[in-house]
Design a protein around this ligand. Structure first.
Ligand code: ZN
Length: 228
């Protein structure tokens, strides 16, 4: 059985979609009367969450990230609370194409580019990255294996296809020739991605990740990470 919605070609039986926020509900309850407990799905974002969202947006500016703020995404069980479309990072690294993601994820990706990719490219390839080539960013779909929604469905993961540089040809993520500078670069940026992301899958992980690095920030119990 399939559900014929665009970008949502699978059955999703359980989690009901959240309704949109209710800006019409602003009346204050009487002083001595508590409001009835709202169902989890009915709760608007708390003041703390809203404050954290705003702080994140402010931080993206401080990090030199080029981005546009976007309205919250809600598509069946897929959602992004605080989405941004990122088109570039500090150090002149362009994001191609501009990609939709959760603000906190954009912070992580910026750290990976600045703290890992730029220095490793300098070290192994004697070049500066100019473009981050993205395959999939936000997409309302299941994980490739399993029935859970992918982190792509929450703007919490991207697939990196490769890079363009100032002084050398583009590098495509794939099995690199053993002992080559490309292999050393790719292996280093993949390994160090595990200090920032909680899921890192690339060539060698399984048949689905032979041509890209999947980097996501899935929250797991005990900060458990998958790095392959
Ligand atoms: Zn992916």
């Amino acid at each position: 059985m399939t559900i014929g919605l665009p970008g949502y070609g699978f059955a999703q039986p359980s989690t009901p979609p959240l309704p949109p926020p209710r800006p019409d509900r602003v009346e204050q309850p009487a002083q001595d009367q508590k409001p009835p407990p709202a169902a989890e799905a009915d709760k608007p974002r708390s003041p703390e969450q809203i404050e954290a969202d705003l702080a994140c947006i402010e931080n993206l500016g401080k990090l030199g990230i080029r981005f546009e703020k976007r309205p919250p995404v809600q598509d069946n069980a897929c959602k992004i609370d605080n989405p941004v479309s990122v088109s570039g990072f500090a150090n002149g690294v362009e994001v191609s194409p501009a990609s939709l993601m959760e603000c906190r994820y954009a912070e992580g990706l910026s750290r990976w580019i600045g703290d890992v990719v730029v220095p490793r490219a300098n070290e192994h390839l004697q070049s500066a990255p100019k473009k981050l080539l993205i395959g999939t960013s936000y997409q309302c779909r299941d994980q490739r294996s399993g029935t859970k929604l992918s982190e792509h469905a929450f703007g919490n993961g991207v697939d990196v296809m490769g890079f363009e540089f100032d002084k050398r040809p583009p590098l495509t993520i794939k099995f690199q020739a053993e002992g080559s500078p490309e292999a050393a670069f790719q292996s280093a940026i993949q390994k160090d991605a595990c200090t920032i992301f909680s899921t890192v899958l690339g060539p060698g992980a399984d048949a689905d990740h032979g041509d890209h690095l999947h980097l996501d920030m899935r929250a797991r119990k005990g900060d458990y990470r998958i790095c392959q």
